[in-house]
Design a protein around this ligand. Structure first.
Ligand SMILES: NC(=O)c1ccc[n+]([C@@H]2O[C@H](COP(=O)([O-])OP(=O)(O)OC[C@H]3O[C@@H](n4cnc5c(N)ncnc54)[C@H](O)[C@@H]3O)[C@@H](O)[C@H]2O)c1
Length: 363
């Protein structure tokens, strides 16, 4: 089969022979009674039990689902390593439309598979799964986090995700302009949902001038009604071309930085919450060539995973906030390494994460 770019998707080749592979374990799960078909991919347990969410998505094929699980699990190894967590990377996908097939019985069957791994994989929410779903999965296994406060969980992770992104942005300001502040800077936020709207609050408090856009009018209105000084523009295209924009914060979907957007970006910094912002390999170099400082997405948006990891030990908001505050230092260290090695920050982050995993393996 082929993927969207027309390239051949060969899962076994990816797993056993390619640079993108090397996963420790991949588990195919089936429960015909409930319609469950799932893939649990454990990329690495070098730093500790693999941690990563469960994506519930109507994949076009089983091959595509396995390929996605492998890719996402690998990404979690890097994210967890950079967040300084004692966790490796893993991810699970459940195949199917959650609107149509998600039931408590199916989630419980899935929970039994998670449990069968004895803690090598710890699950949490992702696209298509929510806090309430993790409460159900947790009835079958204790290797579940991201549960509701009523069930001993920490609940919504977007507060700390936004806080972490703000720390990454402060570090970018420090690196580029010599002070860890957004005061007087024009910052554009695309997507003012759960994370984006908290980010706007941090920015206003810090004295930034904020420009926003969102496809949902009510999300925009919620902010402009409370903060009339915030400017709303029609769409992403208008926002990224805003004159005098200092920072662009993609907080909606992945793939925000591509061959169309990078050449017209007016901002000198990109730092946002969205996962997988670079549409394809090479975009990080295009940004660097244009003199745009890119704060790697998986580094600055780690507040959420820091929270779900903390929940496993009994959630403490202040402890978590202190850990998320370290995203400031981590981001600065990445920029320093990028400069030292003459590579874009995204490549520097990968190098640091790989080093941490390799060191842990030697212990
Ligand atoms: N919630 C977390 O803790 C967390 C953690 C890490 C990463 N992320 C990532 O951050 C991003 C935002 O997460 P969230 O939890 O705030 O999601 P959300 O769904 O609450 O918010 C996303 C917002 O983006 C808007 N949007 C979608 N497409 C758009 C477009 N084309 N143009 C403008 N706006 C658009 C939506 O209307 C919505 O308001 C996602 O990419 C998510 O994967 C979130």
């Amino acid at each position: 089969m082929t993927d969207v770019t027309g390239a051949r998707v060969d899962v076994l080749n990816t797993l056993f022979r390619s640079e993108q592979g090397g996963h420790e374990q991949v588990v195919l799960c089936q429960d015909r009674a409930t319609g469950l078909k799932a893939v649990i991919a454990i990329h690495s347990t070098a730093l500790g039990p693999a941690l990563g969410g469960t994506r519930f998505y109507p994949y076009a094929s089983e091959e595509e689902a396995v390929a996605d699980a492998l890719n996402l699990a690998r990404g979690m190894s890097y994210k967890n390593a950079m967040a300084g967590l004692d966790h490796g990377g893993g991810k699970a996908v459940i195949i199917g439309d959650p609107e149509l097939i998600k039931t408590d019985e199916l989630l419980r069957a899935y929970g039994r598979f998670v449990d069968s791994l004895g803690g090598r994989y710890v699950t949490a929410c992702d696209v298509g799964t929510y806090v309430a779903d993790m409460d159900v999965v947790a009835r079958e296994s204790r290797w579940v986090t991201g549960r509701s406060p009523a069930n001993g969980g920490a609940g919504d992770s977007s507060v700390l995700t936004a806080y972490g992104v703000f720390q990454g942005m402060r570090a970018s300001a420090q690196h580029l302009w010599g002070a860890p502040s957004l005061r007087g800077r024009r910052v554009g936020v695309v997507g003012v949902g759960k994370v984006g709207h908290y980010l706007v609050e941090h920015l206003l408090e810090d004295g930034a001038e904020v420009v926003i856009t969102d496809v949902r009018e009510e999300s925009v209105r919620r902010i402009t009604a409370k903060h009339p000084q915030v400017t709303a523009v029609a769409d992403t295209d208008a926002l990224i071309r805003t004159e005098g924009l200092d920072v662009y914060a993609p907080c909606a979907l992945g793939g925000a930085l591509d061959d169309d957007t990078v050449p017209v970006l007016t901002a000198t910094v990109v730092c946002g919450a969205a996962n997988n912002q670079l549409a394809h390999p090479g975009v990080e170099k295009d940004l660097a060539d244009r003199g745009i400082l890119y704060a790697p997405d998986y580094v600055v948006n780690a507040g959420g995973v820091i929270q779900v990891a903390d929940e496993l030990h009994g959630f403490d908001f202040d402890r978590c906030k202190a850990k998320a505050a370290k995203i400031f230092d981590t981001t600065l260290a990445i920029f320093a390494r990028a400069k030292e090695d003459g590579i874009p920050p995204a490549a520097a982050a990968d190098r640091i994460a790989e080093q941490r995993m390799a060191e842990a393996r030697r212990r």
